[in-house]
Design a protein around this ligand. Structure first.
Ligand SMILES: C[S@@+](CC[C@H](N)C(=O)[O-])C[C@H]1O[C@@H](n2cnc3c(N)ncnc32)[C@H](O)[C@@H]1O
Length: 466
């Protein structure tokens, strides 16, 4: 599955455009403010009425907790963050999170079983030892973790201590994701990071020695002042740390959403050809080192759960990227957190203060979301299969949704003909399969199934697809 293929310049010019990353379908920027806390409460009550344990062996929900704090701002960052070095905001966040967790548990009406717990941010290890323990205690008091199969978190190695890792390991965490991006000093200076290979390697070594089962590193290509030589060096440094997974994200340049990115002049940013070459450098080197390519931006050792999940059909795509599915629903807690609960997407108030006010007023803090129609649920399955499995079994998906795939998507299949001619995918009856080149352009192929993309008409909403 590791066949590499270069995207020719002509294809890059033709298909390089802005488009969603499809961490959800419909994409989050298209959601509505018409969805609120009452919708989430009603859906939680429905889940609470479903039989426990569910017949399919999956838990009721996975939990995502958003910890927005960082001690300093990385200027490339596209995440929802709150920069502070003070203790008070964290203390208030913890108290608010407890109320929010209470409201979720109350709406569900029974203790929900949790299949996986993920702490994201921001920087979860901005919390000190006592605060981390307090967070885990308050979650365990309200939800049933007996069948929890994975506990993971994101860290910035710079601010993460061995004592924090030990506490988390003792509390069942075994998946560690370290932000690295690029270790080249010039790039770090440009994005306002300050992280050495040695401190990152020391943290990885400690995690390895203390039983963390899956070590991930995030790299980003397309950053200001990035060069092939510097990125190649970073990849070698990271491989020497013995990681199990890597995410190699294309830098999402969205200065209309993230003002600090406006500081990067276009000339400091790699052009599309250099972006492609950086990604291909990573692909080739990681294949050499025995990593399998997952989706279009993740890589995993064949022993890692992310790889085995694909064979088991439990690889999925959420706003956390490509992940293993352990539950039927995803519940988000904390500012900006996104939940995916069957046909309902619900996103919390993104700003810390607004989230605190919403929780104080209503318990739940949903600001916006989307309820999928039957047609949208079908499209979500098609897009997910394209991105996760790199293929769509149209007959099976059609049968699941009660439609004839080829009839239902006649217009889309006609539009795909040009991509077939360009060598991006092969279509045989109701089966679609991305080629090695097409996998780089999977987002473009997915866009053929997203009617909104044909009407988007120049509105700046999304990042570059390649
Ligand atoms: C919350 S951060 C990880 C933890 C920690 N705060 C850190 O910076 O090391 C999540 C990850 O998102 C990715 N990311 C953030 N902003 C991005 C952007 N604009 N484009 C692409 N990836 C981005 C980075 O790889 C980053 O490690």
């Amino acid at each position: 599955m590791n066949a590499m293929a270069t995207i020719a310049d002509a294809l890059l010019d033709k298909y390089g455009r802005q488009g969603p990353r499809y961490t959800s379908y419909p994409p989050a920027p298209a959601w509505s403010e018409g969805i609120g806390a009452t919708d989430l409460a009603a859906r939680l009550a429905e889940i609470g009425r479903e039989p426990a344990p569910p017949a399919d062996g999956l838990a009721d929900a996975e939990l995502y907790v958003h910890i927005p704090f960082c001690a300093r701002l990385c200027t490339f960052c596209g995440c929802h963050t709150f920069i502070t070095r003070e203790r008070d905001p964290v203390v208030r966040w913890l108290a608010t999170l407890e109320r929010e967790a209470d409201a979720v548990a109350r709406a569900a009406g029974r203790r929900l079983s949790i299949g996986g717990l993920h702490l994201g941010g921001g920087t979860p290890t901005h919390l000190d030892l006592e605060q981390l323990a307090q967070l885990l205690d308050l979650l365990e008091a309200r939800f049933d973790f007996a069948a929890c199969r994975e506990r993971g978190l994101e860290v910035h190695p710079r601010v993460t201590s061995v004592a924090q890792l030990d506490l988390l390991r003792a509390r069942g965490f075994d998946r560690l994701s370290m932000g690295v991006q690029d270790l080249t000093p010039e790039v770090q200076a440009a994005i306002h990071r300050d992280q050495t290979a040695d401190e990152t390697a020391a943290l990885a070594a400690h995690a390895r020695a203390t039983g963390w089962r899956s070590l991930n590193v995030d790299l980003v290509y397309g950053l200001p002042r990035q060069t092939l030589a510097g990125f190649a060096r970073t990849i070698e440094q990271v491989l020497a740390m013995g990681v199990d997974r890597l995410a190699v994200y294309g830098y999402a340049h969205v200065p209309w959403l993230k003002r600090q990115q406006g500081a990067f002049t276009e000339s400091a940013l790699p052009d599309p050809r250099l972006r492609r070459d950086l990604l291909e450098l990573a692909r080739a080197r990681l294949a050499d080192a025995g990593f399998e390519s997952i989706g279009f931006d993740h890589f995993a050792r064949p022993t890692d759960r992310l790889f085995t999940a694909r064979a088991a059909g439990s690889l999925t795509r959420t706003f956390m990227g490509f992940t293993v599915r352990h539950a039927r629903n995803l519940i988000g807690l904390g500012p900006s957190a996104i939940g995916e609960l069957g046909p309902l997407y619900a996103q919390n108030e993104p700003a810390l203060a607004a989230w605190e006010q919403a929780v104080a007023a209503r318990g739940l803090a949903t600001r916006r979301g989307w309820r999928l129609s039957a047609d949208e649920a079908l499209r979500r399955d098609v897009i997910r299969a394209l991105l996760c499995e790199l293929a769509v079994d149209g007959a099976a998906i059609g049968a699941r949704h009660g439609v004839d795939f080829r009839d239902h998507f006649a217009r889309e299949l006609a539009a795909l003909r040009e991509m077939v001619t360009d060598g991006l995918l092969v279509v045989a009856g109701a089966r679609l399969e991305l080629t090695a080149v097409g996998r780089h352009l999977a987002r473009n192929v997915a866009m053929a199934f997203d009617p909104a993309q044909h009407e988007a008409g120049g509105v700046k909403r999304y990042s570059a697809t390649v």
